[in-house]
Design a protein around this ligand. Structure first.
Ligand SMILES: NC(=O)c1ccc[n+]([C@@H]2O[C@H](COP(=O)([O-])OP(=O)(O)OC[C@H]3O[C@@H](n4cnc5c(N)ncnc54)[C@H](O)[C@@H]3O)[C@@H](O)[C@H]2O)c1
Length: 673
């Protein structure tokens, strides 16, 4: 038994063997060495804090080498050897919640799931679980000894310590990359990362709730269907047959585009410069056709468009060449977007045209300034081509990757309204036009669950239970909602679509009442031993979780889209209502300083305690955003808030709306005087 005051959680004074890297897995590029001599000393001393003194001399030299070579200290040597993956929960040590959290962390680092598993990057080019392998080892050690009334605090991947709290408090509270305002910019952020004091958590990478690319397949499928409905007038019960969607990126999330467009029945052409990413999606069965010959690519497009058959085609090459071809050959493209990693555009997230992927990587290392200027030229050229196609009828939207902002930063000022991004952009973002009003304002968002047993039977049982609930919602609502029907089709076909990579998990864009009913049903199923324990959570990209003026809150038009209070309130409210883990992070999909986002995980153990937590916390997690969106006068959110007020004990404050033209007439008469 450990005595009070005895420090027991530390790394051993034992040097693990030299790290080995399996060449089949991608490695993160050199992020660039950006420190002065004095700062380099600080970075190494910071990393040595994790190690006993006996290892300092040896590891100081190794850390220096790592930071000079990769621009970061990952402490590769401390990565447990072999494959890491979300094992069945019983194979971990600790209390139930702590074991569940370990499943989630390991799933985020699975070779099949993570983008750069050796650098702890789960997705989105730079989204890390934590900063280095020493932090990973310590977090696991803390989780193994955690008691039911303790909370582990994690700051940018660093386990600050295990503190007494209470049973109904979160077991883990973490944050990533939250900067003081005047330093909240990419340059200071990257310096902080190199010093080892800041982690870029993206969303579910640092929130330990990533479930592989199926999460984004569902979201992309809904975005594409709703784009077809809004821009092309297709009916609720129709799909994208005969419609062509052009985009780029087959990486962590962008890789979902090919599968999603096919499920939606359209023809997708996606450019990708990295051959290995094309191979991954091809092997997974998420991609039908691949070519580096644009004549061949568009021969397939014509064939499948004519047959009105769903098909996914990868163009192995640069997206700018793809746009140039469609402009030159006057090819009809109905829908288009871009999913290169523009949130990290100068760090390797975007490969400029005229440079292969490999050359781009070399240039980034040898001449970052030249790389930067090529990126700017390429983005401006891409925007020029998009404008031509927009004039010919193509509907383009920003896909949450900061593409429009990157084009603006590259010098194309006309992409912003009146040349100022704070006014918004001349092209829409997918949240502004599609997901915001059609999903978030009604409370629909990327809810998800993980069957911690890793048993596929458990997932099948939960899929069936959720499908019945969603079907009932679809049948019982007046008027009927297309979203409920889409969700029903998604769950009906979920097993057939075989989208699971990593743990047995499912995503579902459920609304507030749907989430509650599903969670209560699952908790009951756990209690009755029909299934093992379940981790319930969501993507941060949701109704309440994220303040991001060009993405999640792009359809908030009362001027409060520059505020970050909703995500903070949501996060704190989730913590006080007893979610198992809560996280708040800077950046997410759009980059440092451009968003604050939070998420949660809740372990369903079948208990009455969790039943109560579901009814309070899951409800708050959706109604927080509904209330804010309703206050911003969003029509669908006002309807949803009224419904909430009619059915709940609490009360959402509703806005009073002046008669049409009243304020405009008054103001214009005075201002004109
Ligand atoms: N779809 C969504 O709902 C959503 C949600 C969150 C974030 N995002 C954002 O989308 C972006 C992509 O995410 P990801 O996880 O797929 O990142 P990723 O880095 O894994 O994938 C991006 C891919 O784009 C390719 N690429 C780069 N430049 C290219 C070019 N010029 N032509 C063709 N291919 C090129 C890269 O090789 C890479 O494979 C990120 O900025 C992310 O933050 C999207």
């Amino acid at each position: 038994m450990r005595k009070k005051g005895q420090f027991s959680v530390q790394l051993d004074a034992f040097l693990p063997p030299d790290p080995e890297f399996d060449p089949r897995y991608r490695r993160a590029p050199n992020r660039g060495f950006n420190l002065t001599e004095k700062e380099t000393v600080l970075a190494i001393k910071n990393a040595l804090r994790y190690l006993p003194k006996e290892l300092h001399q040896r590891m100081a030299a190794e850390f220096l080498e790592e930071i000079l070579t990769y621009g970061r200290i990952y402490a590769y040597r401390f990565r447990p050897s072999g494959a890491i993956y979300g094992k069945p929960i019983d194979e971990y040590q600790g209390i139930l919640e702590a074991r569940a959290i370990q499943v989630m962390i390991d799933n985020n680092l699975d070779f099949d799931v993570a983008l750069y598993p050796y650098e702890l990057v789960t997705y989105g080019e730079t989204g890390q679980v934590c900063q280095n392998w020493m932090q990973y080892c310590l977090i696991k050690k803390f989780l193994e000894i955690m008691k039911k009334d303790q909370t582990l605090v994690v700051m940018s991947g660093h386990p600050l310590g295990l503190f007494p709290s209470k049973r109904d408090a979160p077991r883990v509270m973490s944050s990533n990359g939250l900067m003081v305002g005047m330093f909240d910019n990419p340059n200071d952020f990257q310096k902080a990362q190199a010093l080892g004091v800041s982690n870029y958590g993206q969303m579910t990478a640092g929130g330990w709730m990533y479930i592989g690319p199926q999460g984004i397949v569902h979201g992309t499928y809904l975005t594409l269907l709703n784009a077809g409905r809004k821009y092309l007038g297709i009916r609720d019960e129709d799909n994208l047959a005969g419609i062509v969607y052009l985009s780029s990126g087959l990486g962590g999330m962008s890789g979902a585009q090919t599968k999603a467009v096919e499920i939606a029945g359209g023809v997708g052409v996606i450019a990708e410069v990295d051959r290995s990413r094309i191979e991954t999606r091809k092997t997974q069965g998420w991609l039908d056709w691949v070519s580096d010959d644009l004549d061949q690519v568009f021969a397939w497009v014509q064939e499948f468009r004519g047959k009105r058959q769903g098909a996914s085609i990868a163009y192995y090459g640069n997206v700018v060449d793809l746009w140039q071809y469609v402009v030159d050959h006057e090819i009809k493209i109905e829908l288009a977007s871009d999913q290169t990693s523009c949130h990290a555009v100068y760090e390797g997230g975007y490969t400029p045209v005229g440079v292969s992927f490999e050359e781009g990587r070399r240039l980034l290392r040898s001449d970052p300034a030249r790389f930067r200027s090529l990126v700017d030229d390429s983005l401006r050229r891409q925007y020029g081509l998009i404008k031509v196609m927009r004039d010919r009828g193509t509907q383009f939207w920003d896909y949450g990757n900061s593409f429009l902002m990157a084009v603006y930063d590259a010098g194309a000022r006309d992409i912003a309204i009146e040349g100022e991004p704070k006014n918004g952009f001349v092209l829409p973002s997918y949240v502004e036009d599609l997901i915001g009003p059609i999903c978030f304002d009604y409370g629909y968002g990327p809810f998800r669950w993980v069957c911690l047993s890793r048993r596929s039977e458990d997932l099948a049982k939960t899929d069936a239970a959720a499908r019945d609930i969603v079907y009932d919602l679809w049948q019982s609502r007046t008027p009927k909602r297309g979203q409920d029907y889409d969700n029903y089709v998604w769950l009906r076909d979920a097993q057939k679509n075989q989208l699971v990579v990593g743990t047995q998990a499912r995503i579902l864009y459920a609304d507030g009442p749907g989430r509650l009913r599903i969670a209560q049903k699952f908790n009951e199923m756990v209690r009755n031993d029909e299934v093992g324990p379940i981790m319930m959570g969501r993507d941060h990209h949701d109704v309440s979780g994220t303040d991001s003026p060009f993405r999640e809150t792009a359809n908030i038009k009362d001027g409060s889209n520059i505020m970050a209070e909703m995500s903070h309130q949501d996060w704190a409210g989730n913590a006080v209502r007893g979610m198992t883990m809560t996280v708040l992070s800077n950046g997410g999909g759009v980059g440092t300083g451009k968003a604050i986002n939070g998420g949660f995980g809740l372990v369903l153990d079948g208990s009455a305690r969790v039943k109560k937590t579901i009814s309070m916390a899951l409800d708050w997690d959706v109604s927080c955003g509904i209330a804010r969106r309703a206050w911003a006068r969003n029509a669908h959110a006002m309807d949803t808030a009224k419904e909430w007020n009619d059915t709940h004990e609490g009360q959402i404050t509703m806005p009073s709306i002046p008669s049409e033209g009243l304020v405009e007439r008054l103001v214009s008469s005075r201002i004109r005087k």
